[in-house]
Ligand binder design. Structure first.
Ligand SMILES: [Zn+2]
Length: 116
């Protein structure tokens, strides 16, 4: 599993950061953006442990979902690689790896956060 990069849009007019799915700036409705990328470590802002996972996560008794923030302001929600010893403010790094198997038994990959 290797380190991976998350891209976000930065509004050229007001500087608001937002997820690439939005076509217009949520703050000022501008449609021109710069692309910015996450890099390096991120900090755990908050997390929760799901003890009754949805069907796709049937192979796990529990898993952790967290919100992380990179030094340039990008925030992301994602699965954390462990449910043990998690602490708000701890450092994590994004990795690309297998999240789970879907209900057809096919592996689903995405970004996970691994404590450093
Ligand atoms: Zn804007």
């Amino acid at each position: 599993m290797s380190e991976t990069i998350i891209t976000w849009k930065k509004c050229k007019k007001c500087g608001k950061l937002q997820h690439p799915d939005h076509l217009r700036c949520l703050q000022c409705k501008n449609t021109e953006f710069d692309t910015i990328q996450s890099s390096g470590e991120c900090i755990l802002l908050t997390y929760t442990i799901l003890k009754a996972p949805p069907a796709e996560f049937r192979d796990k008794k529990a898993y952790a979902l967290g919100i992380v923030e990179f030094s340039n302001g990008i925030r992301a929600l994602g699965q954390i690689t462990t449910t043990e010893n998690l602490k708000v403010g701890m450092k994590l790094k994004p990795i690309f790896g297998k999240l789970t198997d879907n209900l057809d038994g096919q592996p689903v990959s995405g970004i996970l956060y691994q404590p450093i």
